[in-house]
Ligand binder design. Structure first.
Ligand SMILES: Nc1nc2c(c(CN[C@H]3C=C[C@H](O)[C@@H]3O)cn2[C@@H]2O[C@H](COP(=O)(O)O)[C@@H](O)[C@H]2O)c(=O)[nH]1
Length: 346
């Protein structure tokens, strides 16, 4: 069992305000099994998304690395009901369409590349002289009222991560990959050692719990983009868990895989801003990882891993958010917005 999975099981076993609902996980597993038969490879077509690069080469690797050092905290202060499309919410207009949330990040990066700004080149974004702060600020300048959350943190992380790639890996993500011998766990070890901003670790009831959302999704998107071949080959890819963001826990609750205490539920319904490492936040993240593991075990298909279940649930959560749908009547009526934690980790 990977460190993240062990820690998520510890959290689930000791959790007070969030419970994994095994019956709910079994029902979702049965439902996913049907989906598998109809959807087939949809589970793993990363390129299908319009803003994801289609070329499977080392420049796409640098694109993925930049995206996943910045892949955090897009929720909107104004959008307290978490509609996902509040007019004030930070957004980037690209090729005539306004993108919000995770997709706003991809749109901003693609737009910069279209304007011949080499923003995915680590030696470029590491360098304050050739890539000044106000250039980065202009790349992420909003086309709506709200600005991108945590911009100064994003700039700091770009400098630090870019410098680390230049210093240790010849300035290219591909050289870091080459050091991993096709091992996802070795990849995680290197990221935690050389890139401190990936250290998504929370202290819970006396134990240091590895959650590692962005480190793991970096591996997962590399694997998915290259269909598990070449740069995307990881012999232990099934050891990667679900990514504890703020979107998948929400759909896990809607699907009955997680139950919240009245206290936690009311904090979320009040759209309270919760501090990172609040015990309820740690419990929500750890229980989400464990719930997806139970779903994976219940589906028990050799070629279905936690990544594919996560991607499927995340994309579904975005579809449901767009149409305001929830499968579960009483949970729909009091639908619970996603957790509002400002953090560089998810
Ligand atoms: N667990 C999990 N978290 C994910 C993703 C993705 C996007 N992955 C794409 C790649 C392959 C998949 O098929 C997806 O198309 C973003 N996030 C997180 O969500 C939050 C943004 O949410 P919103 O503000 O509503 O856009 C933020 O924490 C971000 O880090 C995922 O897949 N899994």
């Amino acid at each position: 069992m990977s460190r993240v999975l062990e820690d998520s099981q510890f959290i689930a076993l000791n959790s007070r305000d969030v419970q994994v609902n095994e019956e709910g996980c079994n029902q979702v597993a049965a439902w996913i099994e049907q989906q598998l038969d109809t959807l087939g490879t949809k589970f793993s077509n990363w390129q299908d998304h319009e803003l994801h690069p289609k070329l499977q080469d080392s420049s796409t690797l640098d694109w993925i690395f930049l995206i996943d050092i910045l892949n955090f905290s897009f929720w909107s202060d104004a959008d307290t009901k978490d509609s996902g499309n509040h007019p004030a919410r930070f957004g980037i207009r690209y090729k005539g369409k306004l993108y919000m949330g995770y997709w706003s990040l991809c749109a901003a990066v693609n737009k910069a590349l279209d304007n011949s700004i080499p923003i995915t080149t680590p030696s470029f974004y590491a360098d304050e002289v050739c890539c000044p702060d106000d250039l980065i600020a202009s790349i992420f300048a909003s086309d709506t009222e709200e600005q991108i959350p945590l911009l100064s943190e994003r700039i700091r992380i770009m400098r630090a991560s870019g410098k680390a790639l230049v210093k240790y890996y010849g300035g290219r993500f591909v050289h870091l990959l080459e050091k991993c011998n096709h091992s996802a766990q070795k990849f995680l070890e290197i990221l935690l050692r050389d890139f401190p901003d990936f250290r998504d670790i929370s202290f819970y009831k006396g134990r240091e719990c590895h959650i590692l959302k962005r480190a793991q999704i970096l591996i997962a998107e590399t694997w998915a983009c290259f269909h598990g071949q070449g740069y995307g080959q990881f012999d232990d890819i099934d050891s990667i868990t679900m990514f504890a963001d703020y979107r998948v826990p929400q759909i896990l609750w809607q699907l009955g895989c997680l139950d919240y205490s009245p206290e936690f539920g009311s904090r979320l319904r009040k759209s309270e801003t919760i501090a990172h490492n609040d015990p309820m936040e740690i419990e929500m993240r750890g229980c989400s990882i464990w719930a997806v593991e139970l779903i994976r075990l219940a589906v028990n298909r050799p070629n279905l891993n936690a990544i594919m279940i996560d991607f499927f649930l995340w994309d579904l959560a975005k579809e449901w958010q767009t149409i305001g749908y929830s499968p579960n009547k009483e949970r729909a009526l009091s639908s619970v917005p996603s957790i509002r934690v400002r953090s560089i980790y998810y």
